[in-house]
Design a protein around this ligand. Structure first.
Ligand code: SAM
Length: 251
């Protein structure tokens, strides 16, 4: 997968050299490129913003600078085989976007190229999203939650990590992705424990030492249901009744 990030703070993305994403980059699983938006400015001050039409506080990022940058970055990545579909997706992180979830991560993990346009100030001129949508490009305005950050860089890092770990080969043991929170079961994950078996006078649940796989599986399912009901009742309410077995329904 190819991922491009366009930002006025390329150094913010240094974290992409670390951990699993960094490893995937070095192994060639992720072709990740970070671009400085100011490379596409034309004045000697390398201006990327201007005052908002209609007045008001703050500055807005100019569509002409973004247009030059995105035309080049998107054009540059359009070199995949035609039968490899699904093509490029332009992601505009914004607090006014649809909230990014694991479903988006799963869907976007099969994209051929993802381009993140990181806003700053009061955001990017709205015509940028409108223009690229009108060209037929898949354009997503996505929020990482109901709060406002200073820029789109942290949001891009969050989405790249969530999407990247679903790219085949990225996580060493794909089994570890199966029972995770927000997975196919629609539940939060059960509590997990490791050695030592006793710590700070706290013991691990006895069933986990039983070696009885069916009992362990039942206990984990019950814990996942209880935890989800307590912390995220709306997730339980959204479950399809058929997704609950008889024993679950009796809980
Ligand atoms: N004026 C904008 C508003 O109220 O919707 C907020 C602009 S914010 C200060 C600057 C940039 O940070 C945005 O253009 C976006 O790229 C990024 N950003 C801020 N909060 C975000 C969030 N919750 N999710 C994704 N991106 C966010």
């Amino acid at each position: 997968m190819r991922i491009d990030v366009v930002t006025i703070f390329p150094d913010y993305l240094a974290a992409l050299d670390l951990s699993l994403v960094g490893k995937a980059r070095r192994r060639g699983l992720l072709d990740l490129r970070v671009h400085d938006l100011r490379e596409w400015t034309t004045d000697r001050h390398r201006t990327v913003d201007d005052t908002p039409f209609g007045g008001g506080a703050g500055m807005v990022m100019r569509p002409d600078v973004w247009g030059r940058a995105l035309d080049e970055v998107l054009g540059d990545g359009a070199d995949a085989e035609p039968d490899e579909a699904p093509g490029a997706t332009l992601i505009l992180p914004t607090p006014s976007g649809e909230v990014f979830t694991q479903r988006h991560a799963e869907e976007l993990a099969s994209a051929e190229q993802l381009v993140f346009a990181c806003g700053r100030y009061e955001g990017i001129d709205a015509r940028v999203a409108e223009h690229y949508r009108s060209t037929g490009l898949d354009v997503r305005e996505l929020s990482i939650g109901d709060y406002v950050l200073n820029g789109g860089e942290v949001a891009a890092l969050v989405m790249i990590e969530a999407i990247g770990r679903l790219v085949p080969g990225m996580v060493g043991n794909p089994e570890s992705l199966v029972e995770e929170s927000h997975g196919a079961a629609g539940l939060l994950e059960y509590p997990v424990y490791t050695k030592p078996p006793r710590w700070q006078d706290l013991e691990i649940p006895e069933v986990l030492l039983s070696g009885h796989h069916a009992r362990i599986e039942r206990w984990r399912r019950d814990q996942a249901l209880r935890r989800t009901a307590a912390r995220r009742p709306e997730m339980i309410a959204a479950l399809d009744g058929e997704a609950l077995d008889k024993h679950d329904a009796a809980l």
